[in-house]
Design a protein around this ligand. Sequence first.
Ligand code: NAD
Length: 449
Amino acid sequence: MTLTVLNPATEEPIAELEQAGTEEADAAVARAKSTYPAWSAVAPADRARLLRRLATLVEENLEELARIESQNVGKPISGARGEIGMVAQVFHFYAGAVDKHGGETIPVAGGVAATFREPLGVVGLIVPWNFPANIASWKLGPALACGNTIVLKPAELTPLSALRLGELCLEAGIPEGVVNVLVGKGSVVGQHLIEHPDVAKIAFTGSTEVGRLVMRGAAGTIKRVTLELGGKSANVIFEDADLEQAAAAAPYSVFDNAGQDCCARSRILVQRSVYDRFLGLLVDATRGVKVGDPSDESTEMGPLVSAAHRETVASFVDGEPTYRGEIPEGAGYWYPCTIVEASNDDRIAREEVFGPVAAVIPFEDEADAIRIANDTVYGLSGSIWTRDGARALRVARALETGNISVNSNSSVRVTTPFGGFKQSGIGRELGPFALEHYTELKNVFISTV
Ligand code: NAD
């Protein structure tokens, strides 16, 4: 069966690919299994050198990779360049981590106890379509650094950058069979990997709904899983914040990547005393978001990824919103920047829209803000805007979320842990923290009596 890959900005086909089925998935797992003994035995310094070379190749091919990502996802080229830059940094970081993830000796009676961090074996990486290369690298980097071999399944809509990364792995000298990229349906190939007895772990990023299937499917073989799932993060604006600065930043925390971001601050909680003023500033700032051709250097927001996804996003907006932006005419899965006023009980505030729709919700005081922000099944990200340092720390500690920023809307850095509380996931990616999830801890006791 062939797969037609589209450019969401033009609706034109950009590639025709053969789709793998369960037989090809079995073959990919078998290849990864057969290369595992040799790859896991590569001397740490050599494995580090290979990862470093991969990082350098990503840098050398940055423009090409960014264009692939921009055309396949519809994301603005300037943002795509930043994302591919991060891919290179991630590989550099994990090249440096290979020989720094050691064990310990533990004082015990009658001998010596030492711990070793052993690789898991074959790991299955299942990634979504919103940040295809970036999220693949967050898993590939630590998985390879720890000595695992890999079957990587990109999303059906956006397989192109993963295929190119697979080629660069070979060019870097990583042996054939260590990284296997499998283009195929999640419900077929993904599900097969989850249940496969020769796959030791699934590292999954995607929706909470499919995350549940991953946990369920992994139960049969007690497979390790890490899950990076959905979010419904709060951007909490207190009355003592620099409102101009908070309002200028807020649109980009929801409309970046056309809102197709698990960290989107899609609930903007505003203290009632400054609600009207902030809303006016927010609408003005949103008017400035430049929506259009992703290949234009100045574009800030492109289209949604598919026609089906646009229908889902549109289903969240009933009636006339507080603000609806402009979109280009003609082909492309465009959806305008949209601001609605809501209560935290509305569907728009409870479910992940994954599109450029912000729900603005008033709150009374600090306790009310914390209550509303935590009144969600998710817990991935969020922001607090205030000039009161003690309040910032108090609220940051009280929010049930994995990543929180103060007077900033950033979530992700190469060196810091990223992951969710509650139904936003299990485990952490990035920094040294991810390494824990790609190794087993072994204890060896040697008797000295
Ligand atoms: P999705 O869950 O539909 O798909 C993700 C991946 O899972 C794809 O590769 C897909 O083919 C595969 N898949 C689908 N059904 C499967 C099945 N039954 N078995 C195995 N694999 C299957 O998600 P999506 O629509 O591609 O991405 C959007 C979602 O991802 C949003 O919910 C978003 O919040 C989440 N996300 C989370 C993070 C994070 O780090 N927490 C980052 C990006 C995206």
